[in-house]
Design a protein around this ligand. Sequence first.
Ligand code: XMP
Length: 505
Amino acid sequence: MIGIIDFGSQYTQLIARRIRELKFYCEILHHQTKLEELKAKGVKVIILSGGPGHVSNNQLNFDVRILKSDFYILGICYGMQLIAKVFGGKVSHGKIREYGKTIFYPDKKEKIFKNLKNETVVWMSHWDYVSKIPQNFEIIGKTENIEISAIKDKDGKIYGIQFHPEVVHTEEGKKVLKNFLLDICKLTPNWNSFSMVKKIEEEIKEKVGNKRVICGLSGGIDSSLLSIILNNVCGKNSLSIFVNNGFLRKNEPEQIINFFENKVNFKYIDASKTFLEKIRNVEDPEEKRKIIGNTFIEIFEKEGENFGAEFLAQGTLYPDVIESISPFKGPSARIKTHHNVGGLPEKMKFKLVEPFKFLFKDEIRKIARKFNLPDFIINRHPFPGPGLAVRIIGPVTEERLEILREADIIVEEEIKKADLYNKIWQAFAVLLPVKSVGIMGDKRTYANVIAIRIVKSKDGMTADWVKIQYKVLEKISNRIVNEVKEVNRVVYDITSKPPATIEWE
Ligand code: XMP
């Protein structure tokens, strides 16, 4: 097993992703993990991440015994400086920061740089640099600015590189990681979807055993896959509960029911009236979100008890777990209370099983394909747990839900027709709390306004509005005003995130 020790670099997750892409299993570990824990976990190879700190004061309380044990070690940026410092070299503070693309001259005799070009572009981001190497180490690469840009110890087990091989701008970065893991550590690349599924199943078996487990099924990829795997492992002892809160998109409940009802131990609960009654006069977005979240919890608690469940399975993914490992990350301000069915809160009475918590989203997609989940699940755009309720600005009523549902399906259809659906993050309609004057067939109208939101994003944290072709917008607009009663105006949202958020509420 490969352990990545996280010193707070913004790229740590990327190290893990690259290594897994190379088909090696790795985990990101807390910077204060002790030597004994690494041994107990069966770690053989250590990668030390970059980080914003200075190595001079070991402010992170890193267990330096780790470096003097018998692991293969690769230190990246801060990690290399740490190696130099611990073994008696010197780390100095640079006058200028070496930042961005830089030419690196590798020592081509070194296995770690096998098949690299003589001059290769790497990504640098550092002030501090190694100004003197420790005894028993040698220099194996330099850049125009820095003489000591890569080092190794004479036994050939400990390596340090000042650049970031995990970043795509380092053109041959993946090769460096591969050389290190294959040729130096002699690991076998065997991490694939089969081993991922095996690990998930083992975790479920070990935790749940013969007890009963429920999972909230939303039709999103995580909870859908979870539901299928739970059913395979626990059979009738697992129950997938699909709650219709009344805020789903057109045809969505039918699609989910059709696909799952004969595949897993499945329960459908139509709670749309209950949800709607609870938020009928609520205007405040946070209030809406809280009421909807709490209503979900009440339903799951009741259903779980009826089923005799001791466990609740959740589709928590690795990035959420990594957040809690990384140093220097303070709690960020709450912008809105996110909620989704697969991620019911921990305060519920059940014990949690989170068998995806070592996986990235793209790994989930790979497994989902292996399980033949349909396209409408695998490639579905993200959809908030509170659903259309947070896309109707102001109070939610049956009539307004109907208007939004009809407008929303038109957006989806036209985006698919224009072959854009899989190229963007989200495309949806929002119903605004204003009416505007229009004219239709010589008659004055006074009707609703729909806003269209279409964004590109990598992870939902930031997003750009899509400069979509006018003819697609035109088609969407024409269809909405012609086909959806009570709408006479369509506007396009041209705000990115930040400063706006993706959803309006
Ligand atoms: P915001 O509006 O915060 O949204 O910019 C970022 C991404 O998250 C989705 N979103 C949610 N997803 N439960 C979810 O599972 C929620 O409560 C929720 N609220 C927003 C949103 O659609 C966007 O992709």
